[in-house]
Design a protein around this ligand. Structure first.
Ligand code: SF4
Length: 244
């Protein structure tokens, strides 16, 4: 038997559906607006971080912008502890861009092998060293635009060099700790590091841009540890929507 045909949706039902759709879109947008943290809460987070981590600093050992640049490129997918072990030897044989660029590729690969992705990293650091020598007179540039031209350098590395080596707050370093904790704190709902950085730059005063990253990284190592955050001991708990 042929089943009875459903009546076509009436114009008023279609209108209701349209109204519901636009209403839910509006609700979605308002949720995003609500997700934007209020300035007082951001201020309280920054004050708590300043009190808890007044001396937070970059944990990659370096003596100059060149060493910091190389160490930061090597730190991709690798711990800072491992990078510090590797760079101790690397900088003995290649303390300057000129010396690093002149080393045989195999030698560089051997020296940095334990940081992972060593072939790509060896190519990046030697090409970056060569460009610094040939195009920047042997000095690591201190402008975002120039740093982004160097092989192996994206915004995160450029922000590390600008902030830590030159004291220039051009952006906020978004590493794995900053990405995770900024989301837990409700400071962003994004997962893309560039969008997270834009969100953070909108709500965090510029004079905190450099220290914020160092403080959050330290917090992520000591307290807000991935998979087992110690919320009971966390100074940010009163201001954190993810506190348990
Ligand atoms: S309260 Fe918990 S989730 Fe929030 S920042 Fe602290 S440790 Fe992380």
């Amino acid at each position: 038997m042929t089943p009875p045909r459903r009546p076509a949706a009436s114009a008023s039902r279609k209108k209701r559906t349209r109204t519901r759709t636009s209403a839910s879109k509006t609700r979605g947008r308002s949720r995003i607006r609500k997700a934007r943290p209020d300035p007082e809460r951001v201020k309280a987070i920054l004050q708590a971080l300043d009190r808890e981590y007044p001396q937070a600093a970059c944990s990659l050992r370096h003596k100059n912008p060149f060493q910091l640049l190389i160490a930061t490129i090597l730190s991709a997918q690798c711990t800072d502890e491992r990078v510090n072990i590797v760079t101790r030897e690397l900088f003995k044989v290649a303390p300057t861009p000129k010396k690093l660029a002149a080393l045989p590729r195999e030698k560089v690969e051997d020296l940095i092998r334990s940081t992972g992705f060593f072939r790509n990293k060896a190519r990046s650091i030697q090409e970056a060293a060569r460009m610094i020598v040939e195009e920047y007179g042997g000095r690591v540039p201190d402008e975002m635009e120039d740093l982004l031209r160097l092989p192996g350098v994206a915004r995160k590395t450029a922000n590390v060099v600008l902030g830590t080596a030159y004291g220039k707050a051009e952006g906020i370093v978004v590493d794995t700790h900053v990405k995770r904790i900024a989301r837990l704190l409700g400071l962003t709902h994004h997962t893309d590091p560039n969008k997270i950085e834009q969100d953070l730059m909108r709500i965090i005063p510029r004079d905190h841009w450099i220290s914020f990253t160092h403080q959050i990284i330290e917090h992520g190592r000591k307290v807000c540890i991935a998979r087992r955050p110690r919320c009971a001991e966390c100074v940010l708990a009163p201001h954190c929507p993810s506190a348990s």
